[in-house]
Design a protein around this ligand. Sequence first.
Ligand SMILES: Nc1ncnc2c1ncn2[C@@H]1O[C@H](COP(=O)(O)OP(=O)(O)OP(=O)(O)O)[C@@H](O)[C@H]1O
Ligand SMILES: [Mg+2]
Length: 254
Amino acid sequence: MLEIKNIRCSIIDDDTPILENLSLTIHDGEVHAIMGPNGAGKSTLAKAIMGHYKYQITAGDICIDEESILHLTVDERAKKGLFLCMQDPTVIEGVSNSEFLRTARGSITGEKVNLYTFIKDMETAMKDVQLDSSMLHRSLNQGFSGGEKKKNEILQLKCLKPKYILLDELDSGLDVDSLRIVCDNINQYRHDNPDTSVLIITHYPRILEYLKPDYVHILKDGYIQKSGGIDLAFEVEESGYTNIHAASGDEKSE
Ligand SMILES: Nc1ncnc2c1ncn2[C@@H]1O[C@H](COP(=O)(O)OP(=O)(O)OP(=O)(O)O)[C@@H](O)[C@H]1O
Ligand SMILES: [Mg+2]
């Protein structure tokens, strides 16, 4: 279970909160979605959960199975099963995609990764996401198209086998066929690993139609103002965020 307990989050060395009194509980096997206006703090939340060095949690707690992870580094959190599919995947020139994936897998499992098995696994995974196998040997994300970067994030997911998946605008940059392919891969992964929890950050209901969230939350002004089912996503698509307000008496809570 992943729990975000009443957190206050800001950029390091700047006390102005981006998130405040934000709580969210994701039980094993659940799929949650977060929508919200640009700049509301959705990516900040994802990065704070992952332990990004630019963000500080100054109140509240983030727990996995009731144990705080706030003291853990990014790689320690990854070893706990957390994975962030980034809104803007990082380019690392000079580090090949295969080197990166193999090192990451070895670090997560604590075991030496056999090169032959690894390449075979990755080639199968690349076929699954319809990514050309030559991309395994290119520098990480260097010159990848927007959609290729997103597919490469899913390749990482298939390689690292996380338990808690954070998808930050996976759908941005993917064409309609690629979005379906990527979502089919995520659904297959969830089918094979039913304990997996997913947090989808998106602006559009289409990805939610594929991934079928149990809950949809609206993050606005730094906290979750409203929660509901997938209907809430269609409501936002139709009417925007202007009329979404926290229920009175439920200010600044989940
Ligand atoms: N590292 C940073 N330095 C300065 N400001 C930041 C930083 N990270 C986040 N912010 C600010 O915090 C606010 C929330 O940003 P965030 O990226 O979390 O928004 P978002 O909800 O993901 O928006 P979008 O839908 O556009 O992706 C924004 O006003 C942003 O400018
Ligand atoms: Mg964002």
